[in-house]
Design a protein around this ligand. Structure first.
Ligand code: ARG
Ligand code: GLU
Length: 721
């Protein structure tokens, strides 16, 4: 009995001790792991070496990871170039191949033979061949006292030279990117494959199960995966699509583990995280969540409610607006989570504490004192100054983004500018191109819905942004409608020539000069021009000057933090869409009082959420059948089918499709989201509540094998136990 009590107690003590010895925050550079992270990773349970992750002399894990189209991550999982990524990453490609007869989005798609794999002309897969530190040569001509512009042009010249002389093969490319706010520069030798074919995707009722309601939410039950294949020329090199291209034989591909994970297991995620801002000063954090996120959420709140109202009443509108709704809702929800997470974790208070400590330490060293005194205060002051301009920018960009009529106006103006630049002789052909490009826009356009969004958002814009910023022309136009946004919107939609494809055709059917003259009169383009003018005249110049000051100070502050706080904190560069490694442990979390989330979900949970016929929570009959029979093959555990799990890996947008690997470097999951309470990890990672969400690889294989019967794909994978 005593034994029983003492043991768990001891374990608890040990666990808390162990927990203190590692940190899961950080998106690390793969080539620096051996110096910075290897020891800690091994302490957390990793069984391989840093040189198995990044190695330029032999195939290593990094050779199985690609940037998928530049917006997601994917990984090679067979010797035949088979790629695994998310369903939401492959979504566009799947949609483009879908029609009413062959609705692959709805029903799924499985190429039964290589010949059935579908080409995607604009889709690419980019490998990282090598990463070099080029900081010294990049900064060679930088002198103290240079303005931001002078500094940048001195660097650009150097980067150009470095690019010209860097060692690479003919089929490879060079990319150089700044890190740590421009204190360091790294060069990447890359290989981009241009023939990437669609191999398989589950129906949306699996790949997008839970849709927007479950987006950013745990517990999650989405089989968010799709499969592609990289094809190469006969020589194995990148080539554009050709039917005679052959499956790529990769330098390395990921073995797949069927063992699953347990709490406290080591996991790591390799991928291409897009953007984070972890080193903002306190004013920057405050501004991001309290002002900018809040403004954007306000605007989108209104737009989404209106869209939802129309979509619920009208089947046609539901189809037209499904994708727009999802993309507007995605970041709306993320920002709300971020606002709440910062508040709840006292993110601003923690920054202030950190800054106080930094300021104190700074004074202990004369060199630091001389180099960095006042930097943080100035930076915070600049943030205070930029605030109204940054808010105006976000109000403006949300307005133009969410009111489609303004987007149409923008596109018309750009087209006319284009003719102006290329010469009127090009009018006819550019007009054809323009009309063609607008066809899909109007196919998914509803002017009544757009009118309602316009009326509401114009009002928020006019009240949220000071008059000195929106400008006289905007004020004039509003005055003509009694400063009533609804009256203004009524006028716009009643008489603009941009509210339907037919009207647009009639509009641009006329000679060029007539169209230009009309552009100034059409109420929609007139308003778009007025708002643009207000933005350019009153916002963009001060905004970019202040931003340039901020960039300068932020760079110095970054270096200062690394110098002054280097003993207290390990620094990793903010995400910038380059290859990173992040590691953590499988772990549940407690977001609020009395709530604890478990780390695993099962197919039982899919069935609990099942709503027959619902557009978010329907479940395909065949999956229900497999569930009833518990026909899980070798993928189930104790009669249950695992679906998703969470861990403390530090990820962000762009990490979608990233592999989750176990201690041996074997694939155990596929990253696709974060938990809502933890989306603030882009600004302030808190190990207590920040979790990434992954599909269990066994669920992926179960769907491919048992649900879709696509065993040829399983056969080419390397499964390990
Ligand atoms: N939240 C995930 C990521 O940012 C998934 C987005 C796609 N899914 C959706 N239901 N909208 O991008
Ligand atoms: N769904 C995101 C993506 O598309 C990943 C989630 C996140 O932001 O962490 O990259």
């Amino acid at each position: 009995m005593l034994q029983r009590i003492v043991k768990p107690l001891l374990l608890l003590v040990l666990l808390t001790l162990v927990q203190r010895t590692y940190a899961t925050e950080g998106m690390w550079l793969p080539q620096l792991l051996s110096n910075l992270n290897e020891k800690e990773m091994k302490g957390m349970g990793m069984k391989i070496n840093a040189s198995d992750i990044y190695n330029i002399n032999k195939g290593s894990l990094k050779d199985a990871i690609v940037s998928f189209g530049g917006f997601c991550t994917a990984e090679v999982i067979s010797s035949q170039g088979l790629l695994l990524t998310n369903h939401h990453c492959g979504y566009d490609a799947i949609q483009k191949h879908s029609s009413l007869q062959n609705n692959y989005l709805e029903n799924g798609f499985w190429a039964k033979t290589a010949a059935e794999e579908l080409p995607n002309p604009s889709l690419t897969a980019t490998f990282i061949v090598r990463i070099d530190d080029v900081t010294k040569s990049a900064l060679l001509d930088v002198k103290p006292g240079m303005s931001e512009r002078e500094r940048q042009s001195a660097i650009d010249k150097r980067l150009n030279d470095i690019k010209q002389t860097a060692k690479k093969e003919a089929w490879q490319e060079i990319m150089i990117k700044p890190f740590f706010e421009g204190n360091q520069y790294f060069l990447f030798v890359t290989e981009t494959y241009k023939d990437v074919r669609l191999v398989g995707a589950p129906p949306s009722s699996i790949g997008k199960f839970g849709s927007d309601t479950d987006n950013w939410v745990w517990p999650r039950h989405t089989g968010d995966f799709s499969m592609f294949r990289i094809y190469a020329g006969k020589d194995g090199r990148p080539a554009t699509y050709d039917k005679d291209n052959v499956p790529l034989q990769p330098k390395y591909f990921l073995p797949i583990s069927l063992k699953g994970v347990k709490p406290d297991d080591f996991t790591m995620v390799l991928g291409f995280p897009g953007r984070t801002t972890e080193y903002l000063p306190s004013e920057g954090v405050k501004q991001t969540v309290q002002v900018l996120d809040a403004a954007k959420v306000d605007m989108r709140d209104v737009a989404l409610k209106i869209m939802d109202g129309y979509m619920r009443k009208d089947e046609q509108i539901k189809i037209q607006y499904a994708t727009k709704y999802a993309s507007t809702a995605n970041y709306w929800k993320k920002w709300m989570g971020e606002m709440q997470g910062i508040k709840q974790s006292n993110g601003i208070g923690k920054k202030l504490q950190y800054e106080a400590e930094y300021q104190k330490l700074l004074l202990t060293n004369p060199t630091w004192k001389q180099q960095y005194s006042g930097v943080l205060d100035s930076l915070n002051a600049q943030y205070r100054q930029i605030q109204p301009y940054a808010a105006a920018r976000d109000y403006y960009s949300e307005l133009v983004r969410n009111v489609e009529l303004f987007a149409a106006g923008d596109r018309l103006i750009n087209f006319l500018n284009d003719v102006h630049e290329k010469g009127e002789g090009q009018y006819e052909s550019l007009r054809q191109q323009f009309l063609e490009s607008m066809q899909p826009f109007y196919q998914n356009y509803n002017a009544r819905l757009d009118h309602d969004i316009c009326a509401s958002l114009l009002e928020i814009y006019a009240t949220g942004v000071p008059k000195e910023f929106t400008g006289n022309e905007f004020a004039q136009i509003r005055a003509e409608s009694n400063n009533d946004s609804r009256i203004l919107a009524d006028k716009l939609y009643a008489s603009s020539g941009l509210t339907s494809m037919d009207k647009l055709k009639a509009f641009v059917q006329q000679p060029y000069n007539t169209v230009v003259a009309q552009m100034w009169k059409d109420p929609a383009t007139r308003l778009v021009i007025a708002m643009r003018k207000g933005f350019v005249d009153n916002i963009s110049k001060p905004l970019s000057d202040l931003q340039s000051n901020i960039n300068n100070l932020q760079r110095t502050y970054m270096q200062a933090q690394m110098d002054v706080m280097g003993n207290k904190k390990r620094f990793y560069p903010d995400a910038n869409s380059t290859l990173r490694v992040t590691y953590g442990k499988v772990d549940g979390y407690s977001p609020r009082d009395a709530i604890h989330y478990d780390f695993y979900t099962y197919l039982d949970g899919v069935m609990e959420k099942y709503i027959p016929g619902d557009y978010e929570f329907d479940v395909p009959a065949k999956l229900i059948d497999l569930y009833k029979k518990k026909d899980y093959g070798r993928y189930g555990v104790n009669g249950r089918m695992p679906v998703c799990f969470i861990a403390s890996n530090h990820t962000t947008g762009g990490n979608s499709g990233s592999p989750a690997l176990n201690a041996y470097g074997h694939l155990v999951g596929l990253n696709f989201d974060r938990t809502w309470e933890g989306t603030m990890s882009d600004i302030n990672y808190d190990p207590a509540i920040c979790r990434n969400i992954m599909v269990d690889i066994r669920y992926v294989l179960f769907i491919v094998d048992k649900y879709a019967g696509c065993t040829r794909l399983i056969d080419e994978m390397k499964l390990v136990n």
